[in-house]
Design a protein around this ligand. Structure first.
Ligand SMILES: [Zn+2]
Length: 289
């Protein structure tokens, strides 16, 4: 006679790694210069990094996949592209970084010079406005403005208006340059971090600089899972970024080794999982089957 236990309750639940995480390529902004197919290839290569390490089928691309991968173009990649236009390339190398800093220092010095000159010209302008007001007032007080004086004052007034407009447009231009410099600092620091170098602290607008920016992220919101990529410098960098985010999609958290795939910053060039990556993978999925 069989004793009926509540067998259903004892069925082993399906753990992580037992079924492949499915993903699909969502939107790929054309400005990244990659087709969705090329992104799919990069994702496949990223997935194979974990699959090779675990000996399991962990990921599968599927048109109705659970994790949507999107490449979103914003100020991060835009700054990088601007920089590439100016310097002819962009790469995570020491020599590139050094030349970038030199170039930036020159550009920043120019900016400071132009700003100082503008400040001086603004002071002169204010002086001339005060002078004008004083002349106008004294003329009114002394009982009337002659035709000559009126013409003279009108000319001064027009001159001052022109000067003000020109100062304003110089200021607008400099404000734009300050924002550009801040974006560049952010990017230079991003490259510094991927090279494991000290982060520089230029300050051009008086505003606190943005922290290191996120190159990409994995999100799980209202049952919707997505990987968003914002910035990468070269295909290998993208594959590594995708490997990191797919790691999150699988259930991996961050590890402490800066060279690891699952380190919080994408700073090593290697696509080989570090021992810490393997330990985390092993803890999540169990050993090789
Ligand atoms: Zn992460």
């Amino acid at each position: 006679m069989a004793v009926v236990l509540l067998a259903g309750y004892y069925l082993p639940s399906e753990g992580p790694c037992s079924e492949p995480v499915t993903y699909r390529i969502g939107s790929v902004d054309a400005r990244f210069g990659l087709t969705p197919e090329e992104v799919a290839e990069a994702a496949e290569q990223a997935a194979s990094v974990w699959e090779g390490a675990s000996g399991r089928d962990l990921f599968r691309e599927d048109d109705s996949g659970a994790v949507e991968i999107n490449l979103v173009y914003d100020y991060r990649q835009a700054t990088a592209d601007r920089l590439r236009d100016i310097t002819g390339k962009i790469e995570n190398t020491r020599s590139y970084y050094e030349s970038l800093r030199l170039w930036f220092a020159t550009r920043e010095a120019e900016f400071r010079q132009r700003r100082d000159a503008l400040m001086q010209d603004i002071d002169v302008y204010h002086e001339r406005v005060r002078d004008f007001d004083a002349r106008y007032e004294s003329a009114s007080r002394s009982g009337g403005i002659t035709e000559d004086l009126y013409r003279n004052l009108t000319e001064s007034r027009e001159g001052l208006d022109e000067e003000r407009d020109s100062l304003q447009s110089r200021k607008d231009e400099l404000d734009g340059e300050a924002l550009t410099l801040n974006d560049l600092v952010m990017l230079i620091n991003q490259i510094a971090q991927s090279l494991n170098l000290e982060v520089v602290n230029y300050q051009t607008t008086g505003k606190p600089l943005k922290e290191e920016f996120q190159e990409g992220c994995f999100e799980k919101k209202n049952g919707f899972q997505s990987i968003t990529v914002y910035y990468f410098c070269g295909r290998d960098h993208l594959v590594r970024l995708l490997a990191h985010e797919l790691g999150h999609a699988l259930g991996l958290g961050h590890v402490d080794n800066p060279d690891a795939l699952m380190y919080r910053i994408n700073r090593s060039g290697s696509l080989d999982p570090a021992p810490e990556d393997l330990a985390a993978l092993n803890a999540l999925c169990g050993g090789k089957e």
